[in-house]
Design a protein around this ligand. Structure first.
Ligand SMILES: [Mn+2]
Length: 304
């Protein structure tokens, strides 16, 4: 809030890229209670809150879908429907939050911005679902966004429910940490590019836009991985990972920021290192990736 007043005092709207409510680690009552002071602070400053739902709070989407199903069922309208874009008003303790899934679209400075959480870019993580996906592909079926959504919902809902069971939370935490260690180890041994860098996810970004017929997108903004970065291929959209303004318990060494520009308007940024406390400021002049407490932006794009 301090940085907003310092760098963009006329800011009117804040876009939250999801996972503010962590339904995977705490019961929903606690998760919502934990997020309230933050939302209240935004509201007090008169900011409109746009909330794009992520994977940790995906249950909000399920609840919305179930509520609509019950409404339709009450009317006797019992045909299965899939709505690719959801937008609704959600109220938490009197605070209105305009909620979007999976995307929020906004024109700024004559350019089309698309905001999404980013969990779709990772595809299907669950082993059994990967098998289902393979089998479908083998039989010549294409995995459509509706299928992907269904599969992810199955996986997320089971994690959501596990948050009610204390032992499951500790067990999942352990597995998560172990898989992180394993990933670091294999990256170091095989000197691989981090799988969550914007560059390595760029193909998935293009596919996301294509599969959902999202039309012209000049700037694709997402989060999810907590790894800030920027990448653009010639003729393609500018892809920005905002990173995360909320720090994990320990992020290790302080950020080493190396912004390198090469060739055709291609900026790769901090691809190898974690950069904590980052967010994005957008106005008619352009886009600035900033780090809390740092005067100069990490990346500035004035092409608008
Ligand atoms: Mn996420």
């Amino acid at each position: 809030m301090q940085e907003i007043s310092e760098y963009q005092s006329d800011c009117r709207e804040v876009v939250l890229l999801g996972d503010i409510f962590d339904f995977w680690r705490a019961r929903p009552e606690c998760a919502v209670k934990d997020a309230l002071p933050f939302l209240r602070r935004l509201e007090e400053d008169g900011l409109k809150i746009r909330y794009v739902v992520g994977n940790h709070d995906h249950h909000l989407v399920v609840q919305k879908q179930e509520a609509e199903f019950l409404e339709r069922a009450a009317r006797g309208d019992i045909f299965p429907v899939y709505i690719p874009d959801l937008r609704w008003r959600q109220t938490f303790a009197g605070i209105d939050v305009e909620t979007f899934y999976p995307c929020y679209r906004k024109m700024c400075g004559g350019r089309a911005f698309l905001f999404t959480h980013g969990h779709h870019l990772d595809g299907i993580q669950t082993l059994t679902l990967q098998l289902v996906e393979r089998m479908r592909r083998l039989s010549g079926e294409e995995i459509l966004p509706a299928d992907l959504e269904m599969m992810m919902t199955y996986a997320y809902e089971s994690i959501y429910r596990s948050a009610y069971i204390g032992e499951m939370v500790s067990f999942e935490d352990f597995v998560w940490k172990a898989s992180g260690l394993l990933q670091r180890f294999t990256m170091a041994v095989f000197s691989q590019q981090h799988p969550a860098s914007v560059q390595s996810q760029y193909g998935a970004v293009l596919q996301f836009i294509r599969d959902r017929n999202l039309g012209q997108v000049d700037c694709f903004i997402y989060g999810d991985t907590h790894r800030a970065g920027i990448f653009q291929r010639k003729g393609g959209p500018l892809a920005v990972n905002t990173g995360c303004f909320a720090r994990f318990s320990s992020t290790g060494s302080p950020a080493s920021i190396s912004a390198s520009m090469s060739g055709i308007n291609l900026a790769s940024f901090a691809q190898g290192s974690e950069t904590p406390d980052t967010y994005l400021l957008l106005d008619d002049d352009g886009l600035a990736l900033r780090q809390l407490g740092r005067k100069r932006p990490l990346f500035l794009c004035e092409l608008f």
